[in-house]
Design a protein around this ligand. Structure first.
Ligand code: ADP
Length: 189
């Protein structure tokens, strides 16, 4: 089973992907977590990545595609996986689509978490207090939201138009457990 989470920063992709991963026993591939782990290496590439991520910009498609093609070849992905943060642009999706074709796999469901902008800002601000992520600072949030509308929203539109049977718009304003139940019901169908 291949599941994809889409949604603005702070929409709850990571939380829902993790809950689902435990329930369905599938690996949760969070590109944010993978990239933050890479930053700990403190080599030239990770310093460059840190600068990009701290500013709220997206890392290049080429780097993401390279990282993900390695990760997706891991044995644990054989039975399926949950993507959180990838694909995030139309270019990344093109690459991912080629991966699927080459490996004779297909997407099972796409969950697009929709929340209103005021809630996004509220959630990210409270996350900053607990996790202290540089990119959760107030002045960076707006850049991340605008990158979302420029780069990722077109991908949502693409899926809702071309994969309408697999695309599910989920009300992300509900509490965590209710959202989880909505997603679980669809995944088990
Ligand atoms: P959020 O979804 O809340 O923005 P993430 O933890 O998923 O947070 O990602 C943090 C940062 O990592 C992003 O702002 C971006 O710089 C980088 N990133 C993560 N996934 C991708 C991706 N698929 N393409 C480009 N950059 C990415």
């Amino acid at each position: 089973m291949i599941l994809i989470f889409l949604g603005a920063p702070g929409a709850g992709k990571g939380t829902q992907a993790e809950l689902l991963s435990n329930k369905l026993n599938l690996p949760h591939l969070s590109t944010g977590d993978i990239l933050r782990k890479k930053l700990l290496e403190s080599d030239y590439l990770s310093l460059k990545l840190k600068k990009i991520m701290d500013s709220g910009d997206l890392v290049s498609d080429q780097i993401l595609n390279e990282i993900m093609s390695i990760r997706l070849n891991n044995l644990d992905c054989k039975k399926g996986f949950i993507l959180d943060g990838y694909p995030r642009t139309l270019m990344q999706n093109k690459f991912f689509h080629e991966y699927l074709e080459k490996n004779k796999k297909s997407i099972s469901h796409i969950f697009d978490l929709k929340i209103n902008e005021a809630t996004i800002i509220e959630r990210i601000k409270s996350r900053f207090k607990t996790e202290n992520r540089e990119d959760d600072k107030t002045e960076i949030i707006n850049n991340r939201i605008s990158k979302y509308f420029q780069e990722t929203k077109p991908l949502s539109d693409h899926f809702s138009f071309n994969n309408s049977d697999k695309y599910h718009l989920i009300n992300g304003n509900q509490d965590i457990e209710m959202i989880h139940q909505d997603i679980l019901k669809i995944s088990r169908n």
